[in-house]
Design a protein around this ligand. Structure first.
Ligand SMILES: [Zn+2]
Length: 288
């Protein structure tokens, strides 16, 4: 069996950008609801690849689509929290952020029947004023975060590209990035959809060979080729959101074929078991 790579999916609808009017309180009523279609496409892709993943879910969408949430769980996937709504963490003060975690986790756990151990902030937004908000996570029952992107603008290029412990009882699994000439770009989203496949394939092979557990990232709406254009979005947002949508499912079937994709929870469990076995061995050798 190939070394495992964690897979993460951000469960949100096609229009849910982190800016007005898409993050407005009533946005879910204004834009076409295409989440069932996108979820079906992502579940089908995972089933064909024999992949399991962690789906970071929005509580506002879970309330609208409890059946879909349960379908994700019954297909063998794990559920994490992507927020109460799809708004950036640093737009809230720390108390409001903590309350949103408590409410969001409770809603998702009640509706899914599954335990929520992981968190990913919308648009990797544990940055700026929210740079220390991850400290709230352990006391609320979270054992891992996946919000710290080692990239300019979305995070900090100085942050580690590999999983690490933010605290004794909290893992950070940062999203994957790759070098492109003088640039560092995400190994997900627009770059994964448009860069030449041979470059991406080489990066994926490296990630797998490193065995460090950097999680792959997919938004189910990226598989929905028929989605309408985003009205009122900036040129940058339109590019990041729509470039390379056509044929992305087929591209991923090729690029991810043969990868051993597992949930972030499964990767952490295996990692901690291996660390415990290693420690036991060291103790044994010290006493022999
Ligand atoms: Zn998101």
């Amino acid at each position: 069996m190939n070394p495992s790579l964690p897979l993460s999916l951000d469960w949100e609808d096609w229009f849910q950008l982190c800016c007005p009017p898409f993050d407005d309180l009533h946005a879910l009523d204004h834009f076409e609801d295409r989440l069932e279609r996108a979820t079906d496409l992502a579940l089908q892709l995972c089933a064909e690849l024999g992949a399991k993943g962690t789906w970071f879910c929005l509580a506002d969408q879970a309330k609208r689509h409890p059946d879909l949430l349960r379908r994700i769980v019954s297909s063998g996937h794990c559920i994490g929290l992507h927020g109460l709504t799809h708004s950036r963490a640093f737009t809230q003060d720390r108390t409001s952020f903590r309350q949103s975690l408590v409410r969001g986790k409770a809603i998702i756990e009640d509706l899914s029947g599954a335990r929520v151990l992981g968190f990913r902030a919308p648009e990797w937004s544990l940055r700026n004023d929210a740079i220390e908000y991850w400290q709230e996570l352990p006391a609320l029952g979270f054992t891992f975060d996946s919000s710290r992107a080692p990239l300019k603008i979305l995070g900090d290029p100085a942050w580690s590209r590999h999983p690490y412990r933010l605290a004794e009882n909290l893992w950070e699994l940062p999203p994957p990035v790759m070098g492109l000439g003088p640039l560092t770009v995400p190994l997900w989203g627009w770059a994964m959809r448009i860069l030449p496949e041979f470059l991406l394939s080489a990066e994926l092979k490296t990630l797998q060979a490193e065995k460090v557990g950097t999680p792959l990232v997919l938004h189910p709406w990226e598989l929905d080729e028929q989605q309408p254009p985003l009205p009122q979005a900036s040129m940058g947002h339109r590019f990041a959101h729509r470039a390379g949508l056509r044929g992305y499912g087929s591209r991923l079937r090729k690029l991810w074929s043969g990868l051993n994709l597992v949930s972030l929870e499964a990767w952490i469990e295996a990692k901690e078991s291996s660390e415990a076995a290693q420690s036991a061995l060291v103790l044994l050798e010290a006493h022999s």
